[in-house]
Design a binder for this molecule. Structure first.
Ligand code: NAP
Length: 248
């Protein structure tokens, strides 16, 4: 009997959970607990950290987990490292569901940088209208450039005051190309700061920036550990031993 643990928090993890539930596969879905009201999943769900590598290893043993699927966001590097170490410790097979990063298309004006601090440095000194599409844990360094007019977009309203003045849009999407174009035009956005998440769900803002000729400061993905990695739900199902039509 297989019993899978999905490390989730992404749209891809939700697609996987739906497929696993449809297949009648025994599995638990795990959220990190960052959003106040995470989407319901069609699987038994737990929420919150495990307590590092040893906590995750204990959880795997206690719940008799036979397979771990790391379907976390490409920027959730700590969880991915912990999964590698805990699976090595417990001898549990591990696979990652990770979409490919976006690549430049003709007309893209990207400045690729390694982290948030480099993004702050690259922003101009003259006041600009900046859309920070990066998640609330990462915005503090932008307080160093308060001359800009910032637009932020979060899933939940901020619980503590921001360190600098900004307009906050509260929305969990989905975001369409038309919607992103309208938002950027209405706010007169001149710069965008984004992380190279990859996938279709967050892509509209990048396509809108290209159409509007706007520069995008693109933060590259953090280094994640080497592990078996695939890009589709069908490949995960096959890895779990289900017959699937790959590419479907
Ligand atoms: P992170 O820095 O890699 O993880 C920090 C800690 O949060 C982990 O060590 C773990 O705590 C806990 N954690 C993270 N994901 C978990 C999960 N799925 N289940 C249980 N515990 C989890 O991760 P993060 O960047 O804060 O992201 C947290 C969650 O939000 C992830 O599930 C990720 O998929 C989702 N998410 C992140 C982003 C992003 O931009 N980073 C975007 C969309 C969604 P313990 O060490 O105590 O186990």
């Amino acid at each position: 009997m297989t019993r899978a643990l999905i490390l989730g928090g992404t749209a891809d993890a939700s697609l996987l959970a739906a497929e696993i539930a449809r297949a009648g596969q025994d599995a638990i879905y795990s959220y990190g607990g960052r959003t106040r009201a995470p989407a319901d999943q069609p699987l038994p769900t737990r929420i919150g950290g495990f307590g590092g590598v040893s906590g995750l290893a204990d959880y795997i043993r206690r719940e008799a987990i036979t397979h771990v699927i790391d379907a976390t966001h490409p920027f959730a590097a700590e969880m991915s490292r912990n999964a590698v170490d805990a699976c090595a410790e417990t001898g549990t097979p591990l696979i990652a569901l990770e979409r490919a990063p976006w690549t430049r298309a003709p007309g893209d004006n990207w400045i690729e940088i390694p982290d948030v601090n480099a993004a702050v440095a690259v922003l101009p000194e003259a006041p600009a209208k900046v859309f920070l599409a990066i998640g609330r844990q990462h915005i503090a360094p932008f307080a160093a450039k308060p001359q800009h007019t910032y637009t932020l977009r979060f899933v939940d309203p901020p619980e503590t005051p921001l360190l600098f003045s900004a307009d906050v849009i509260v929305s969990r999407g989905p975001f369409t190309l038309d919607g992103e174009l309208e938002m950027m035009r209405r706010r007169g956005i001149t710069w965008i700061v984004a992380r190279n998440s990859g996938g279709d769900g967050a892509r509209a803002k990048i396509d809108a920036a290209r159409m509007l000729g706007l520069p995008v400061i693109m933060i590259s993905r953090p280094r994640r550990p080497e592990r078996l990695r695939v890009e589709s739900v069908a490949e995960i199902m096959q890895w779990l031993g289900h017959r699937t039509c790959l590419g479907a």
